[in-house]
Design a protein around this ligand. Structure first.
Ligand SMILES: Cc1ncc(C[n+]2csc(CCOP(=O)(O)OP(=O)(O)O)c2C)c(N)n1
Ligand SMILES: [Mg+2]
Length: 187
């Protein structure tokens, strides 16, 4: 499965109130190229914090919040899954794009290439709605279901790394300002 293609598909079916937090690097770049919107929160630089930020937003927001995380980032901050299990936010969907590597920094194999199973770790944290998918049709099906169902969901999407798109403009202050403004307008 190709992440950019899948991101384009999934972003075309979320409504405008849904928040999407993007993992640093290529995932945020691809979100921005696929469909820039003020409710996309791009986490440039902050490895490991994508799902933590999404959790914080989810606990304070009535609509769905989606985390487009990465295997390496979740591995670096596994405590996020434990806290999601404990807080049990019904409106949070964590989608881990698992290319089994630290892609952006040299494509070294990550632990998921060997023995680490992030879906089982999520289960062990008490998150009941989990799945691992390796093709776009199955991903779309579970994603559509998760959008209209109580969560939290953890979806591990196995992907093949491909060419990177151009790096999207990095303007943290502007991203944060526009994101906050869009949340206030929705409150
Ligand atoms: C705290 C911290 N450590 C290391 C880095 C360097 N770094 C940036 S992206 C990345 C790999 C992220 O891997 P993953 O989440 O799987 O995303 P991928 O690049 O594979 O899409 C690393 C190690 C960083 N930005 N922050
Ligand atoms: Mg990765």
């Amino acid at each position: 499965m190709n992440r950019y293609h899948a991101i384009q598909k999934l972003m075309s079916i979320v409504d405008e109130k849904v928040v999407i937090v993007g993992n640093l690097g290529p995932t945020s770049d691809e979100m921005r190229h696929a469909m820039h919107r003020d409710k996309n929160f791009y986490t440039y630089g902050s490895m490991g914090l994508c799902s933590s930020i999404a959790l914080g937003i989810a606990l304070n927001y009535s609509d769905k919040v989606i985390s487009f995380d990465g295997d390496g980032s979740v591995l670096m901050n596994m405590g996020t899954l434990a806290t999601i299990g404990r807080e049990n936010p019904l409106n949070l969907i964590v989608l881990i794009w698992d290319n089994e590597m630290w892609g952006q920094v040299g494509r070294q194999f990550s632990h998921t290439h060997y023995q680490t199973n992030l879906e089982e770790i999520a289960q062990g944290c008490g998150i009941k709605k989990t799945i691992t998918v390796d093709n776009e049709d199955d991903l779309e099906k579970v994603f559509v279901k998760a959008l209209s169902d109580d969560g939290p969901y953890v979806i591990v999407a196995k992907i093949k790394e491909s060419e990177y798109l151009s790096v999207a403009p990095v303007e943290p202050e502007i991203i944060a300002f526009n994101f906050r403004k869009s949340m206030i307008q929705n409150a």
